[in-house]
Design a protein around this ligand. Structure first.
Ligand SMILES: [Zn+2]
Ligand SMILES: [Zn+2]
Length: 182
């Protein structure tokens, strides 16, 4: 859904979108497991700069929810996240800040981004908000033991027979020789 400045000049816009898994590219590591529900409101905000310049901003308020699946940072098992996020964003035309650092910010609460051309693609905003809603690092559980660095076994499921101490490479070489002799 494209939010066009030209339309906002006539009236504010309400949106309610349901985005099926796969419709938004969240990258190779994140899987969307349920439809992404988003609803909210888009407004035109005019910033008067000096006497003649009016900067047209888009203010986007709303919330979203969906269910995502990522890999545990330690053991790579799938971890599900029910994600909800409320957003209040202000988009300025790209380049409008150049040389005008003192532009009055309409609302200090709003996060500021930039749009290019005639408006804003709602899906791009939602993608960014979904990614921000995810923790940087996901663990399947707080005390996940991860994978053994030697044999790759999932240590939550079973202890492997590798020694936990880093082995001396000379011993490994000896072991290899012994294996060959056996
Ligand atoms: Zn884990
Ligand atoms: Zn091991």
């Amino acid at each position: 859904m494209f939010i066009a400045i030209r339309e906002l000049e006539f009236r504010p816009l309400d949106f309610r979108e349901e985005i099926r898994p796969g419709a938004i590219d969240l990258g190779p590591d994140i899987e969307q497991k349920s439809p992404l529900e988003a609803s909210g409101h888009a407004d035109l905000v005019e910033e008067h700069h000096g006497k003649h310049q009016i900067i047209k901003d888009i203010r986007l308020k709303g919330d979203l929810s969906t269910r995502l699946q990522v890999a545990c940072a330690r053991c790579l098992e799938p971890v599900k996240h029910d994600v909800t996020r409320r957003f209040d964003l202000l988009y300025r035309p790209q380049g409008s800040d150049a040389g005008h650092e003192e532009l009055s910010v309409t609302d200090a609460e709003a996060e500021i981004g930039y749009y290019r051309g005639d408006g804003l693609e709602l899906e791009d905003v939602l993608r960014e908000q979904v990614l921000l809603a995810l923790p940087l690092k996901s663990l399947c559980r707080q005390d996940c033991k991860g994978l053994c660095a030697h044999c790759g076994k999932n240590l939550n499921e079973a202890q492997c027979s590798c020694t936990s101490v880093e082995e001396d490479p000379r011993w490994i070489a000896l072991k290899d020789i012994r294996k060959k002799l056996e």
